[in-house]
Design a protein around this ligand. Sequence first.
Ligand code: SF4
Ligand code: SF4
Length: 376
Amino acid sequence: MLPWNRGVPMGRAVTTPPTSLPQQERIILPLPRGETPLVRVGDPVSRGQRVADGNGDPLPIYAPVSGTVAALDTMELAAGGSCLALILQNDGLDTAADPLELPDDEDALWDSGVRLPGGRPLAQAVTQAAPGLDTLILSAMDREPWHCTEDAALCLDADAVGAGLAFLNRLLHPRRTLLAVGAGQHQAAHAAAPLDCTVMTVPQRYPLSHPQLLAESLGRLPPGQPPQEGDVLVLPVSAVAAFGAALQGTPPIRQRVSVAWKRGHALIDAPMGAPLSAILEAAAAPDGPLLLGGPMTGSPLRHADGPLVPGITSLCVLPPRRHRNGTPCIRCGRCAAVCPMDRQPWLGIGHCLHCGACRYVCPAAGYTPSKEEVLL
Ligand code: SF4
Ligand code: SF4
């Protein structure tokens, strides 16, 4: 059964304030994309100081705490592979660097260091869409209905969203700017009302939060010429809020992480570079296999020893896996009934959004994650 049938709003609304992660002694900042450190071992650093720059993918990294550069070492990434990392020893003094100052042009997007959920630079998405953009859509819905990072960004950082949105409207001159909220996100809809955009309510139906579906449905509303492919840019509100905060002087050094598990959820506000294990502990999440994202579309993490990096906005903990023998497809048709693209998933024909809805409902035990392993 899909989430909307269980009464789960799409997207999830924040019900309690986020929990702030206690101070962490060590902060690990991976430099996986060719970033080069601007500091050396032993250097003092202030919170908000630029400590690494890009090389080819030019996004800077800012120190989330004040302290000392303890090491520059190779680390193993939770998603696999390894990279160089800056390790900061937190001095607990929270000494702040000067407020960030960004230029009033496209370079501000790169200098802000903001990445979209998943890790793609915000600047890349915006600059690729810039020529001839028809519709800018901000989405206040997380990709999966168990998470509420986007709702929290709008409810708690509306000022920053407004600052980021004003800059994007000025830079891109879209014919119209829309903001998509789920039908259950009343507080978010209220917070969006003063912003320079049209608020559109999306029905509680997964996967209508998918950027492609939002672009196809909202991108053609209200009346007017349907935009050509590529004329619609969908951005998550959390990235626009992070960019707006950077324009206001605060680089992206903290991030809210939505943590979901069977019948439980927490929203944790953590500095970049904090261990994921500390975030799970603060959330009081149970032990179990970890996913980056949600049970529909998430990707497995091998362990929780790695640090929080830009792009990680949600985690979920599955119940411990049981050994199951795979069973073949029984041609029940449930997957086809829920597929938003009218596919017959067992045949593997046609365009797929990789929304995971078919896997969610499939009773065949060999198809994972099974319905025993999902969160509701
Ligand atoms: S076939 Fe693709 S689009 Fe259809 S439900 Fe499955 S993952 Fe989603
Ligand atoms: S839901 Fe699973 S078992 Fe049913 S038709 Fe689709 S793939 Fe086959």
